[in-house]
Design a protein around this ligand. Structure first.
Ligand SMILES: [Zn+2]
Ligand SMILES: [Zn+2]
Length: 328
């Protein structure tokens, strides 16, 4: 089969690649695969675990070959949960597989979905309901991460919510807050193009670089910068919740007055890591194409064979990018 191979840092090539058979797993044909911000770091900033590597952890795929005794027939369209937990560590034994200490992962630690085919265990095959497209199903992973980061804490009906970061996960988080009943949902980003895109999706949008004067009951931090973490604390209301989704890109120094405000406002901090099949993935697939709009986040659809040029355009910031989907 062919795959988009990360040969070394910064070098992608569409070429022949051996598909290693895994007995007892499904052989699946990739239907759609999203490019994640983390793939940019993995592929172009020296962030890969090893080379060669097939990236791609946000994807949907169709069953080609069912293993003996498998539940899902050939032709089944599924979203694939990319994290393979060890099943033995303390987190796994408590059922928190997203926090596994020794996990494997499609598209980072093992070959992923920027390929024609791959093998997937049955526990990770999540059939897609009728009416959900392969492209929407490929966005289950980021949508589930956004679900994970917007649930598990209280949000009063009509409450005020702010999402800092207008990338795909931020825009999906904003949608989940709206679905949860937030009265107003504002998206803050430094990029005017991202602000305009958020407005087109029906959200208020503000410039995070100019600070945010209002206070919010729930603040989702989906950038991962010290400045945006500080902003999240500053504009969180008394008794409010700050939920951190953004992977940290830098250190965060907490000056005494800022730390003091965490106490004086009795803020709650909510950390998030990955997502879980149930409820996160199930909820995404139940809402996709209904009140959860994933389709309009797709700003480019590119054949996988041209994947290198898709990455080049994103890295060069040519045009506006929200989610780029690679297609077979
Ligand atoms: Zn991702
Ligand atoms: Zn584990």
């Amino acid at each position: 089969m062919k795959a988009l191979i990360l040969e070394e840092n910064g070098k992608l090539a569409w070429r022949e690649h051996e598909l290693r058979r895994v007995d007892g797993w499904y052989r699946m044909r990739v239907a759609a695969a999203g490019i994640c911000g983390s793939d940019l770091g993995r592929g172009f900033k020296g962030g890969a675990y090893h080379y060669p590597l097939v990236m791609g952890h946000e994807f949907s795929a169709v069953v080609e070959e069912t293993p003996a005794g498998g539940r899902y027939a050939p032709g089944t369209l599924a979203a694939v949960y990319p994290l393979l937990p060890c099943g033995k560590c303390a987190a796994c034994s408590k059922g928190h597989i997203q926090l596994c200490a020794h996990y494997d992962y499609f598209g980072s630690r093992r070959d992923g979905a920027f390929a024609e085919e791959l093998y997937v265990p049955e526990s990770h095959v999540i059939p897609v309901p009728a009416g959900v497209t392969a492209e929407e199903a490929a966005m289950t992973e980021p949508a589930a991460v956004a679900y994970h980061g917007t649930h598990g804490f209280e949000l009063e009906k009509g409450g005020r919510a702010l999402v800092i970061g207008g990338g795909p996960i931020g825009l999906i988080a904003a949608q989940w807050l709206r679905i949860r009943g937030a009265g107003e949902v504002t998206v803050a980003d430094i990029d005017p193009a991202k602000q305009a895109f958020a407005r087109r999706l029906g959200f208020d949008a503000v410039d995070s670089g100019k600070g945010v004067s209002q206070e919010f009951d729930v603040v989702i931090e989906a950038c991962g910068l010290a400045a945006t973490r500080t902003l999240a604390v500053e504009c969180c209301a008394r008794k409010g919740v700050v939920s951190f989704i953004g992977n940290p890109a830098d250190d965060w120094l907490l000056p005494k007055p800022l730390f003091s405000s965490i106490l004086r406002k009795e803020l709650s901090f909510h950390g998030n890591w990955n997502s879980v099949p149930n409820p996160d993935w199930c909820q995404v697939l139940a809402h996709a194409g209904k009140d959860l709009n994933l389709r309009d986040l797709v700003t480019a659809r590119v054949p996988m064979a041209d994947g290198a040029s898709a990455f080049a355009r994103i890295l060069a910031r040519e045009g506006f990018h929200c989610k780029t989907i690679l297609t077979p």
